[in-house]
Design a protein around this ligand. Structure first.
Ligand SMILES: [Cu+2]
Length: 406
């Protein structure tokens, strides 16, 4: 409950505190001046005080706690990104019902096996939309909205030509409606137009995977950017009929941004900041939902080949995906599995897009992977691929020091 207290104290101290201090300062000023001056002179001095205050406060704005975004005018096709005030009340009333997830990060090894089938079939997929509480960083709590209680949502794997029957269930503990738009779908809203589900409700769509590729799926309930930046995204791989090259390891990585009223590292439960989202100024830019999520868990050995499926939930930034100390043998830019390019250092993963990268593991060590817009490292956009094995001095020689890399 400490983090709940920290949130309330933030609102009370920063916003209410300012109002109290300002009012008290005005009264104090009036009382002091009135002892030495006429009423008219005192009121004039107070007018100067008020005028200067307005001069400073109006351009700078009030503290974030009062700058609530549901009062903001925006020009999207649907509702603005601010949470309705009623939902904030609902959030606190129903606070106890949210599942507290120990680790929000999806295991990067959580990728289904390659498809061995040589003919199309009908595939059933069940996904549950769920709103939970978990840690972005130690002591920094976020009300995440998820597919399946983890970020990113489950990795869906089908074959070109398959028919997919997908059921979206919205957990009864959710406060919001949710839906799913899969970029692999040809049809209204990518499926979102037929999957809008209230808490406790479920809906089913059926679609044919007409195009091979690596596709993003995401919640498309308005305000869409708001739902996505809370964590509602994942990848669906539609394998080409002819299959993908065989590799030894496959990993699942997805970048996303989080916008909080508290600055980077501010402890306690963080409120979503719609104004910062509109301005494109995230506090956290992370892989798989939280800082440090992929510091461990991605392992390989010299002589192996790996493929990383990289997606970007956005909602504002393109990712510049790069593995420090490796060169991608093959990149499928923008998830186009029939159009690979080769010998690539850094590949762009657009917001709402994906790329797959493949490379041989040639030399042991720790290989950080990053968004190479490197200031984002400090907001959390990094992980590490651990490669074991025997060093080949013909590939690299040198005394390895801690903290190596660029
Ligand atoms: Cu949603």
């Amino acid at each position: 409950m400490l983090w709940l207290f920290s949130l309330l104290s933030y609102i009370l101290v920063q916003t209410l505190g300012l109002v109290i201090a300002f009012a008290a300062a005005a009264v104090l000023l009036y009382m002091i001046l009135r002892r030495f001056h006429s009423r008219l002179m005192t009121l004039l001095f107070c007018a100067v005080f008020l005028g200067i205050s307005v001069f400073f406060y109006v351009p700078n704005g009030l503290p974030r706690g009062l700058d609530y975004a549901s009062f903001r005018t925006t020009y999207g096709p649907s509702i603005s990104p601010g949470l309705p005030f009623g939902n904030v009340i609902q959030f606190f009333l129903h606070f106890g019902q949210f599942e507290k997830v120990a680790d929000i990060a999806r295991d990067p090894n959580d990728v289904p096996q390659p498809i061995a089938r040589t003919a199309p079939t009908k595939v059933h997929v069940d996904i549950t939309a769920k709103e939970v509480i978990s840690e972005m960083a130690p002591g920094v709590y976020i009300n995440y909205w998820t597919f399946g209680g983890k970020i990113p949502g489950p990795f869906i794997r089908v074959r070109e030509g398959d028919t997919v029957e997908l059921t979206l269930y919205n957990d009864p503990t959710s406060l919001h409606h949710h839906s799913i738009d899969l970029h692999a779908v040809t049809g209204p809203g990518g499926g979102a137009a037929a999957t809008m589900v209230a808490p406790g409700e479920s809906k089913t769509i059926t679609f044919k995977a007409l195009h091979a590729g690596l596709f993003v799926y995401h919640c498309a309930e308005p305000n869409v950017a708001n739902h996505m930046t809370h964590g509602m995204y994942g990848l669906i791989l539609v394998e080409p009929k002819e299959g993908l090259p065989k590799v030894d390891k496959e990993f699942y990585v997805m970048q996303g941004e989080f916008y909080t009223t508290g600055s980077l590292g501010k402890k306690g439960l963080q409120i979503f900041d719609a104004a910062k989202m509109l301005d494109g100024q995230p506090q956290y830019i992370v892989f798989n939902g939280r800082t440090g999520a992929l510091a461990k868990g991605m392992d390989g050995g010299v002589g192996e080949t790996v493929r990383v499926y990289v997606g970007n939930g956005g909602v504002n930034l393109d990712s510049n995906f790069h593995v420090i100390g490796e060169i991608f043998d093959t990149v499928y830019p923008e998830g186009a599995l029939r159009n690979p390019i080769h010998d690539v250092q850094t590949t762009i993963v657009p917001a709402g897009g994906a790329a797959a990268v493949e490379f041989d593991l040639n030399y042991p060590g720790n290989y950080p992977f990053v968004d190479h817009a490197l200031a984002r490292l400090d907001r959390g956009a990094w992980g590490v691929l651990h490669i074991s094995g025997t060093p080949d001095p013909s590939i690299f020689q040198g005394a390895i020091q801690m903290g190596g890399g660029h």
